[in-house]
Design a protein around this ligand. Structure first.
Ligand SMILES: *Cc1c(COP(=O)(O)O)cnc(C)c1O
Length: 383
């Protein structure tokens, strides 16, 4: 009886289509890596696999310096901390992102100030950033949302003009290049997330890339409680260390992520082909000079489509297809931010429109062609 129930549950799970599937190495390869680790008895604290992964990633991401973390949020928290901002400083950021982005600002005793987004790339609107600058502004924190790059050149110019730091949340932008340059080379620090749902994962994990050699020691210390050596604690650090099993999974997944991107490229082409020309459906486009990370497949349901985004979401759900309303609610709608004076005064017209229209379709390399066609038919036949 029990096994019957389990197999029923298993079958119904298998029929569900989620927004993503984690990239997983072969189990036998994982076992062999774990056997190595068991034998070494070095489980965490900058072990062999950790150090290898940290170095290899610099080449893959084309960045001069980089540090691994146990997750992307702790990495971003540390990035903000490493800048030594005065308390109460304001950081101009986008509300169209995951909760971790503004929370990392607030946890550092700083204030997120939400700026509107561009309708095309859905990233922070660089043309509006200057409207939000006050004497308290210390930095700009942009998010390369869905892997679409922020307007990095313009943000750089504004930062120089007002002497601000620039931090990027590149959680969705693994391996993205702008004009052949690693996206992690823009700004002062960029965070990458290696969470299971991200294109390249270490189960949970994160990474900071940066250009300044002065940050190497600073970030190394902050990641390890601020401990310099056995008798010297210099900084108010945290435990941000990645363990050896995470690093081993990372090394294995590094051999697989390009193939996964190739497969997702084909999934994207099939979606593009079948959704092209449907009135009321807009597919945001990657700029020509930028490579795609293939992290998400977002569509925008415009007003002239016969159904609302929520109706489409519900229809898919009834069919066991789980799309995601990334990012609804937007961060300025959260209970913890919505009463901020800066939110009440902010003009967030574009994001307040887009958040009701965006939908991320199921997107992973092994998504079957027949399911892609099925999803597209649902969208096509709504009228
Ligand atoms: C996933 C994600 C994070 C957080 O990364 P974790 O590794 O899950 O802590 C931060 N920002 C964005 C935009 C994300 O999508």
């Amino acid at each position: 009886m029990i096994s019957d129930n389990i197999s029923k549950k298993f079958i119904s799970e298998a029929e569900k289509i989620y927004v993503t599937q984690p990239l997983l190495p072969e189990l036998k390869d994982v076992f062999s890596e774990i056997a190595d680790i068991w034998q070494s008895k070095w489980i965490t604290n900058m072990g062999v696999k950790h150090n290898e992964l940290e170095i290899v990633l610099k080449n893959i991401l084309k960045v001069p310096y980089g540090s691994l973390f146990n997750n992307g949020t702790i990495a971003l928290l540390t990035a903000v901390k490493a800048m030594d901002f005065h308390s109460g400083g304001e950081i101009i950021t986008t509300p169209f992102t995951f909760a971790a982005t503004p929370h990392c600002i607030s946890w550092n005793g700083l204030k997120p100030v939400f700026c509107d987004i561009e309708p095309d790339t859905l990233t922070i609107d660089a043309d509006k950033i200057e409207d939000y600058i006050t004497p308290n502004t210390v930095a700009i924190l942009g998010v390369h949302v869905y892997g679409f790059p922020c307007n990095v050149e313009k943000i750089d110019r504004i930062a120089k003009k007002y002497n601000l730091k620039v931090i990027y949340d590149g959680a969705h932008a693994f391996s993205t290049e702008i004009n052949g340059k690693g996206i992690g080379t823009y700004g002062d620090i960029t965070m990458f997330s290696f969470h299971a749902t991200k294109l390249f994962n270490t189960l949970e994990g994160g990474y900071l890339s940066y250009n300044s050699p002065e940050l190497v020691k600073k970030i190394y210390n902050l990641r390890n409680f601020g401990i310099q050596n056995e008798e010297l604690v210099e900084d108010i650090g945290i435990n941000g260390k990645m363990n050896e099993i995470q690093a081993a999974i990372g090394l294995l997944n590094l051999k697989l992520y390009k193939k996964e991107q190739e497969k997702r490229k084909k999934v994207k082409a099939l979606y593009d082909e079948n959704l092209f020309g449907i009135k009321g459906i807009r597919i945001p486009k990657m700029p020509d000079n930028t490579t795609n990370s293939y992290q998400y497949y977002p569509i925008i349901i415009e007003n002239d489509y016969p159904l609302t985004r929520n109706e489409i979401y519900d229809n898919f759900k009834k069919m066991n297809i789980y799309t995601r309303k990334y990012f609804y609610p937007a961060c300025h709608d959260y209970e913890c931010y919505k009463n901020d004076l800066s939110v009440k005064l902010a003009n967030l017209k574009v994001v307040n429109d887009i958040k009701h229209k965006v939908l991320c379709l199921p997107y992973y390399g092994d998504l079957e062609t027949e399911n892609i066609i099925k999803i597209c038919k649902v969208l096509k036949n709504a009228r």
